[in-house]
Design a protein around this ligand. Structure first.
Ligand code: GCU
Length: 614
């Protein structure tokens, strides 16, 4: 009964959320998918910036929001006319690099949580037969944006892309975009106020001006038809099209081409099979990460993408890729630069280094925790044959009964799936991490899992749950979360040897599960400071971490239904919860690699274990 009530209150509150959605996002346009395949002007570089801790540039002294032409969006300058009372000036203030977090760019911003205003000027000669959008890869956490101090737009959520149309407000020549970025943590936020990672604020990913035809292909799906290896199916979604317009989807190397006629909503679907009876597609897999050139064309544009074709299935407690049983030899990652200053990662180079380390570990899988990483990570992993667990930051003590919190979580889930749904290497969508069990939480997460299944029936959907002991003395372990009945996997975190007993405990624990689903240990491990050596019973020595890994590997090798493992974590990362001077120094030390790229003893133990899984 309690669960039914929880579901009813959540559904009822969802109606309120739609009305209250304004608090989270307004003025945005649906996400333009495959942004790299579009006509782009990159706005990355040094932006002018103003720290505004009391949001004086947005609220008046009675805390009422000011009109855009009076707020800092107006980009006034005192020095252009000192006879007017203007108390800010972008031109004479500081600069910040975009993409990038502000915390690692300036000592005085290391701990800063609040508003910083960014301004960039750019030149464009808008064409009458084109449309224009501004696209942000991510802004943490809330962005309010105005171009030429016209109607502002808002986006909430620190790890997903968003765009809005600027066709009617662009001027010939110089234009100005001003962004109010606020990274303050909020109890009702997603994530909420407590997390074990640094709250990096800023415009943390690429910014583009996008030029499109009046009617353009905004999104599309091109997938292998389940149960075949020679048939491709999918859909296209145009923006600004009229019913009857045609789109051609072609894969030249496979000699496949389909004509799609869109309806009044710009939507059309297709299915096309290879001609020859014996012909089939080369299916994407870690050993052969084959990507096909795909062209989506209309009379006025051709959008190019590189797409892999594969199937992923759970059969009982086993995982199958293209009909072949697989083990996910993985590692967890935060989105942090591989080397100093260890701020937010965003570039292809960052991705190649981090994923190169995963390959050295003999990994075929990475858990991108605890939020969607930049698109470079997903696409470089796809090229390298590394499968991906993609996750939204529904983390720890989220507000389960707040309709805005649910709407925010669902927005971020939809944005993540929209961006990555054509990536063959993404095999798991995750809706949460380590959330405390309860009826409201189960209703909240079940709704997210249903939404993910509805948007994308081709992938597995799960969450990082938590372990339990069956017996009082803590030797018989399991995971009994009701969420596992709704998820496609039995995936959970366990820290035997670190938070739960000493490293020897792992040799005394055995596991059983009452659900017949593939088991993934989505976190395990312990900490060590690189170069700190001593007796192996001393915490934070490399020796302790190494023996903890050895004991956990022995335990995992005996675990029934184990289909994957992603120890926590590839690299030491910054966290406000790790204050032990001389050992942690604001870094969570559970990495198998230090924040300077130094490999700890545990790295080689994990690498050698995964070598046996090949
Ligand atoms: C948790 C959590 C991680 C955290 C880790 C740790 O399982 O999911 O975000 O960093 O444990 O405590 O190091």
């Amino acid at each position: 009964m309690k669960r039914i009530l929880a579901t009813i209150c959540l559904l009822a509150s969802a109606l309120i959320a739609d009305a209250a959605g304004e608090k989270l996002n307004y003025g945005l346009t649906p996400q333009i998918m495959n942004i790299q395949g579009r006509q782009l002007t990159c706005l990355d570089g040094d932006w002018k910036a103003i720290v505004d801790q009391f949001e004086n540039g947005y609220y008046d002294y009675r805390l009422a929001p000011m009109a855009d032409n009076r707020a800092f969006f107006a980009d006034n300058s005192y020095w252009r006319n000192p006879k007017r009372l203007v108390e800010y000036d972008f031109d004479t203030d500081m600069s910040l690099r975009v993409p990038g977090d502000w915390n690692t760019q300036m000592e005085k911003l290391y701990y800063y949580e609040g508003t910083i205003w960014y301004r960039q000027k750019f030149n464009v000669e808008p064409k009458p037969d084109k449309r224009y959008f501004l696209y942000f890869g991510a802004v943490n956490y809330e962005a309010i944006i105005s171009v030429n101090a016209e109607q502002s737009v808002k986006h909430t959520g620190g790890y997903t892309p968003f765009n809005f149309e600027v066709t009617d407000i662009l001027r010939q020549g110089e234009n100005t975009v001003v962004v109010k970025v606020d990274n303050k943590r909020k109890p009702e936020g997603v994530p909420t106020v407590n997390s074990d990672w640094w709250n990096y604020g800023g415009i943390t990913r690429n910014v583009y001006l996008v030029e499109t035809p009046k009617a353009f292909v905004r999104d599309y799906s091109v997938q292998l038809k389940k149960g075949t290896d020679n048939t491709v199916e999918g859909w296209v979604r145009m923006d600004g099209a009229t019913a009857g317009q045609t789109v051609t989807v072609s894969i030249p190397e496979a000699k496949l081409s389909a004509q799609v006629t869109v309806d009044a909503q710009g939507y059309g679907s297709f299915e096309v099979a290879m001609k020859g009876k014996k012909e089939h597609l080369r299916l994407w897999c870690p050993e052969d990460p084959k990507l096909y050139d795909v062209e989506i064309s209309t009379a006025s544009e051709t959008v190019r993408d590189r797409i892999g074709f594969r199937t992923i299935e759970a059969r009982g407690n086993e995982l199958y890729l293209n009909g072949k049983k697989i083990f996910l030899s993985g590692i967890c990652m935060h989105e942090e630069e591989p080397y100093a200053p260890s701020g937010r990662a965003w570039s292809e180079d960052h991705a190649r280094t981090l994923l190169g380390w995963a390959k050295e570990l003999n990994c075929n899988f990475v858990r991108l925790a605890h939020y969607p990483h930049n698109e470079n990570m997903v696409r470089v992993a796809e090229e390298m044959g590394i499968m991906v667990w993609d996750e939204i930051p529904v983390y720890w003590t989220i507000h389960w009964t707040d309709p805005d919190t649910y709407a925010n979580a669902e927005n971020q889930l939809v944005d993540m799936i929209t961006r990555d749904h054509n990536r063959a290497n993404v095999i798991i969508w995750s809706v949460s991490n380590e959330t405390p069990r309860g009826d409201e939480r189960l209703a909240f997460l079940t709704r997210l899992i249903d939404k993910a299944h509805e948007m994308d029936p081709t992938r597995l959907v799960s969450s990082a749950m938590e372990k339990e002991y069956v017996d009082a003395q803590g030797t018989h372990a399991t995971c009994v979360d009701d969420l596992a009945k709704v998820a496609d996997l039995m995936s959970f975190n366990q820290y035997i040897g670190w938070y739960d007993g000493n490293k020897e405990k792992a040799d005394k624990v055995y596991w059983t599960f009452d659900i017949n689903k593939p088991v993934i240990i989505s976190e395990w491990g312990g900490g060590a400071k690189f170069g700190y050596h001593g007796e192996s019973d001393i915490r934070f020595t490399e020796e302790y971490q190494a023996e903890l890994y050895e004991a956990n590997v022995r335990m995992l090798d005996k675990m029934p239904g184990l289909a994957g493992s992603t120890p926590w974590i590839i690299k030491d990362f910054r966290s406000p919860r790790r204050q032990l001077k001389g050992i942690q120094d604001d870094f969570n030390r559970k990495g198998v690699i230090s924040e300077k790229g130094e490999k700890k003893q545990a790295f080689y133990i994990l690498r050698d274990w995964y070598a046996t899984k090949k």
